[in-house]
Design a protein around this ligand. Sequence first.
Ligand code: G1P
Length: 278
Amino acid sequence: MKPLHKAIFPVAGLGTRFLPATKSIPKEMLTVVDRPLIQYAVDEAVEAGIDTLIFVTGRSKNAIVDYFDRSPELEAELEAKGKLEALQRVRDVVPPHVKCFYVRQPQPLGLGHAVLCAAELVQDDEPFAVLLPDDLIDAFPTGTLAQMADVHRRHGQAVLALEEVPLSQVHQYGVIRPADKNAHPLQIEGIVEKPRAEEAPSNWSVVGRYILTPDVMTALKTQQPGAGGEIQLTDAIAACLHTGNFVGLPLHGKRFDCGSKRGFLAANMHFGLRETAE
Ligand code: G1P
């Protein structure tokens, strides 16, 4: 298997919870302090050694494509005016060695389907990361994906980021069944999408960070719709667990669910207060 280089960002969602703002602004472009939400996920991926970003977009998502493009006029103007700090911030959006690709998800058929839309850009012997920008994580000592990439590099395994949640919340997440509750990382024996509390295999929920092996992409090609009538990434992972090659890494840090107004606001408070601290 090749080393990890590519990350998929599913960003085709409608962002209905943030309407009317998301009528014309993709939810991934809403700002947490002074940077769009998607920038945090991209920075996390680049920190983990990713150099190929694949955005799975949809209609009215052109602002994302424009954002990651170079802006020669703006850069020239900032340079001419000597605003070098601002210029650096514009240039830092994506480092020069990082390439961006865009594919469209023509219909909202689920997270698994969104990932499958990127299949042509990922080779058959290549692992890939998936980052859901709604999950914004303030992690330590490094970003979450960098910690996961470390585990992946050592053993070539697929790695999922995990967080313990109250049983009353498991219905919102993919939930795993660990083999040995005290192992580190946790060996994943089972996984189910959005179970009812009484059916949940544990309270370890999947956070929106995955490093996946090529067999998952293959499984997605024939994956039937599951929870909510959608093609679920969780189900394709479940189909591959028999390899014994899937581990879960508990989150080190704080996760903000920026898909909800409360989580988005909490993220703005958290990062905003830190950035403006005296
Ligand atoms: C998705 C995944 C789910 C995962 C969650 C993390 O759900 O399907 O398994 O736990 O992201 O945020 P969604 O939030 O898109 O419903």
